[in-house]
Ligand binder design. Structure first.
Ligand SMILES: [Zn+2]
Length: 148
């Protein structure tokens, strides 16, 4: 097992993402998704052949949870919540690549369901707040594609 890339930076970025501390820097999310992983190989290739699948899954699931919490947190700036929603499919997409048994497929399915539920909730809560270019409907399209 290889040690995490840069745990401290990863943790700092995770906090920034979760609480929307830099709402004007959407690039932070990709930076964080890239480094809050099992190791350097995960950093460069998204999915890694060195660390055990379970460890990779736990990092990706953590990324998903963190983004989901940010999206649902009403104390987080709205613009940032939309940005998080735009990126939340990424950890799920990587998880899909490494699902290797019924258990992990089941877990992924649960996350898809949670996301679908959450994005319709979020969408409804936004009605009247922002224009119709809702991030939630975009997420629905991405989910549709992922399921195929
Ligand atoms: Zn790794």
């Amino acid at each position: 097992m290889v040690t995490p890339a840069t745990p401290l930076l990863a943790q700092q970025l995770r906090k920034q993402v979760r609480y929307g501390l830099s709402p004007d820097s959407p690039a932070l999310i990709n930076e964080w998704l890239a480094i809050d992983r099992c190791c350097y190989q995960g950093f460069y290739h998204g999915v890694c052949s060195t660390c055990c699948i379970k460890e990779q899954q736990s990092y990706l699931e953590l990324q998903f949870r963190c983004l989901l919490e940010a999206v649902l947190d009403e104390l987080v700036p709205l613009q940032w919540r939309c940005t998080c929603l735009d990126h939340i499919y990424k950890p799920l997409f990587n998880l899909k690549k490494i699902c290797n048994d019924d258990d992990s497929k089941q877990r992924l399915q649960t996350m898809f369901s949670e996301l679908a539920l959450m994005s319709s909730y979020f969408n409804a809560s936004l009605t009247g707040l922002i224009s119709q270019q809702s991030a939630a409907s975009e997420t629905d399209n991405i989910l549709e594609n992922l399921r195929k």
